[in-house]
Design a protein around this ligand. Structure first.
Ligand code: ZN
Length: 274
């Protein structure tokens, strides 16, 4: 396993979403020696895609991903509006040189109890986006989300399920593994081995607090919770993964209330827990 330094970390902008713009995040990474960034699309668009691409390039940062495409079920059936938005997301990922476009695929359509149907919509949507992404050289990363989000955010809930979709759709698509979503899965190590280097496109870290006070916005800094992050990273790196380790923390009552420089200092301070 690699010995990580701050240069191996990437700041997912959600981690300081309440404090900083994308330009401030880029400056902050440079100040703290953090080697990469992963913007969310709202911050990217606020900055302007071309300007952001230049700022990231000038700062010498890697781009571990763009968050996020997907939401294929948001209009019930798969619509052109949804497909067009995903196409724009692919173009934005290409413009900033992102290692992948991270997909939060969408949950159940409003009023639906048909999770199999939702999963079929998602697979069709991913297939269409992948067709376009291949033409511009952007990799698509399905992020399986913890099952507690199956209804409202993503009906792809395990690494194995995500890889089944990848198997069907062919090359250019893989998984974004977020320890928050997958740490509990007894099949995780086997599925990471099944994914292999080519399909391990992103590795997101934070921690699972026990108790968790909010299902969405109570993630911990690495080392604060119950996830054995080094154990998961060792399995991921045993497959040859050598990308940036992306720190993605939603924390309404703690990290989002602190000065952003303090958050970045805590990220680099948490390296021994990754
Ligand atoms: Zn994530």
């Amino acid at each position: 396993m690699r010995t990580l330094t701050s240069a191996d970390l990437s700041l997912n902008t959600a981690t300081v979403s309440k404090q900083w713009t994308l330009a401030e995040c880029i400056d902050g990474c440079a100040r703290h020696g953090i080697g990469g960034i992963s913007p969310w699309r709202d911050k990217l668009q606020d900055c302007g895609v071309d300007r952001a691409a230049k700022l990231i390039r000038d700062a010498g940062l890697g781009v571990s991903g763009l968050c996020r495409g997907g939401w294929y079920t948001s209009e019930g059936a798969l619509t052109q509006t949804v497909l067009d938005d995903n196409k724009r997301a692919v173009d934005e990922a290409a413009a900033i040189g992102a290692a992948c476009l991270v997909m939060v695929v969408g949950g159940l359509p409003d009023g639906s109890r048909d999770i199999d149907g939702a999963r079929a919509i998602v697979t069709d949507g991913l297939s269409a986006t992948l067709d376009y992404a291949r033409t511009v050289g952007v990799k698509i990363a399905i992020e399986p989300l913890h099952p507690m989000y199956a209804a409202d955010r993503a009906c792809v809930n395990t690494t194995g399920q995500a890889l089944d979709i990848c198997d069907r759709l062919g090359n250019g698509i893989g998984v974004a593994l977020d320890v928050y979503h997958v740490w509990w899965d007894p099949d995780l190590a086997a599925q990471i081995a099944r994914a292999g280097k080519d399909r391990l496109l992103a590795f997101h870290v934070c921690d699972w607090l026990n108790p968790t006070r909010d299902l969405l916005t109570d993630r911990g800094m690495m080392g604060e919770g119950v996830i054995d992050i080094p154990a998961i990273r060792s399995v991921v790196e045993a497959q040859g993964f050598d990308g940036l380790v992306e720190v993605e923390i939603f924390s309404a009552e703690d990290w989002w209330t602190r000065p952003a420089d303090e958050v970045l200092a805590a990220m680099t301070g948490a390296l021994p827990s990754i």
